[in-house]
Design a protein around this ligand. Structure first.
Ligand SMILES: NC(=O)c1ccc[n+]([C@@H]2O[C@H](COP(=O)([O-])OP(=O)(O)OC[C@H]3O[C@@H](n4cnc5c(N)ncnc54)[C@H](OP(=O)(O)O)[C@@H]3O)[C@@H](O)[C@H]2O)c1
Length: 271
C-alpha cells in the first residue's frame, strides 16, 4: 500500500480543503491534530502538538510526503522545527510548506513591526527551517485567503466604527484554489520555492469591507487609520501583493455571493 500523506493542520481552514482533494486523488491521508477526532474513511488522525514536539514521531512515521499547513499567528518556526526534527530521521521524501506572500519583504526591525506584523517574520523563519532541513522541499507562498478576509470584515462590521489600515491593499485568494495547488505540488517532485499564488485583483480593506456591508445590507462608518513602522510602510508599498501572479480564478465578489445569503435567510454559510 502507498505511504500515507501527512497533512499537518488538516483540520484548519486550508487543511480541511486539502484532505478531500488528496482522497479524491486516491491517496491515503494522515492528519495531525492536537485533538482526537474522526475525519472519515481513509483519513487517519494522529494526535500531537507541534509547539512541544509531543506525538510528532508517530505522526511522521512512514509518511513519505508531508503537507505542512499547521500554523498560527506566531511561533511557526518552532512548530516547523519540531516537524523537521522528527521527519528527517523518519525518512520523509518531500516536505510541502505553505507560506505567505511578503514573508521576505515585510521588515521586522522595530518592536511595533514585530507586534503588528510579526506573522511575516515568523513565516520567513519557518521557511528557513524548511530550506535548511536537508529534506527535499517545496514552498508555496500565497496571499490572504478569502476566509481570513471574511472573518476580518465580518468582525469589523460589528464595531460601531470600522478601523482599517490606511493605504494597505490585499489580494485575497480562494482557499480551495490554494488547497488544489498544494495537492498538485505534493504529487510532483520537490521544487523549492515555487511561483506565488495570488487572487485575481487587489483591494483596500475598506473595499472588501464595503462589499461585505453591501452584501449584508448594513452600513458602518469606515475610519482609515495610519499605521506607523517600517513593516506597515512596506505593506503600503505592496509587499504582500503579487501582481504578476494574479492567477486565482475565483473573485472575492463570487466568494461573497456564495457565502452571504440575502437578508431573511440564514446568513454566513461556509462557501
Ligand atoms: N489564512 C491566510 O490568509 C493564509 C495566507 C497564506 C498562508 N497561510 C498559512 O496557511 C496555513 C494554514 O492557515 P489556516 O488559515 O488554514 O489556519 P487555521 O484555520 O488557523 O488552522 C490552523 C491549523 O493548524 C493546526 N495547529 C495549530 N497549532 C498547532 C500545534 N501546536 N500543533 C499541531 N497542529 C497545530 C490546527 O490543528 P488542531 O487545532 O486540530 O490541532 C489547525 O488545523 C498556515 O501556515 C498559515 O500561515 C494562511
Amino acid at each position: 500500500m502507498a505511504a500515507p500523506i501527512l497533512v499537518t493542520g488538516g483540520t484548519g481552514t486550508l487543511g480541511r480543503l486539502v484532505v478531500p482533494r488528496l482522497r479524491a486523488a486516491g491517496r491515503e491521508v494522515r492528519v495531525l491534530s492536537r485533538q482526537r477526532r474522526q475525519l472519515g474513511e481513509g483519513v487517519e488522525v494522529v494526535t500531537g502538538d507541534l509547539a512541544t514536539g509531543e506525538g510528532i514521531d508517530a505522526a511522521v512515521a512512514g509518511a513519505g510526503t508531508i503537507i505542512h499547513c499547521a500554523g498560527s499567528s506566531k511561533g511557526d518556526e518552532v512548530k516547523t522545527a519540531h516537524l523537521v526534527r522528527a521527519a528527517t530521521p523518519a525518512g520523509a521524501r518531500h516536505l510541502v510548506f505553505i507560506s505567505v506572500v511578503g514573508a521576505d519583504r515585510v521588515p521586522q526591525t522595530g518592536r511595533l513591526d514585530r507586534v503588528m506584523f510579526g506573522y511575516f517574520g515568523s513565516k520567513l523563519a519557518a521557511e528557513e527551517v524548511v530550506t535548511g532541513s536537508g529534506l527535499p522541499w517545496t514552498t508555496l507562498r500565497a496571499t490572504q485567503f478569502f476566509d481570513l478576509m471574511y472573518l476580518t470584515v465580518s468582525w469589523l462590521a460589528r464595531l460601531p466604527v470600522a478601523p482599517v489600515p490606511a493605504g494597505i491593499r490585499f489580494q485575497p485568494v480562494d482557499t480551495g484554489e490554494v488547497a488544489e495547488r498544494l495537492v498538485e505540488l505534493a504529487q510532483g517532485p520537490p521544487s523549492g520555492l515555487v511561483p506565488d499564488l495570488a487572487g485575481p485583483r487587489d483591494y483596500e480593506l475598506a473595499e472588501l469591507l464595503g462589499g461585505y456591508l453591501r452584501a449584508t445590507h448594513r452600513r458602518r462608518p469606515i475610519l482609515r487609520v495610519p499605521v506607523p513602522g517600517r513593516a506597515a510602510r512596506a505593506l503600503r508599498a505592496g509587499a504582500n501583493l503579487a501582481p504578476d501572479r494574479a492567477v486565482g480564478r475565483r473573485t472575492w465578489e463570487e466568494f461573497l455571493a456564495d457565502r452571504v445569503r440575502p437578508v431573511g435567510q440564514a446568513a454566513d454559510r461556509p462557501a
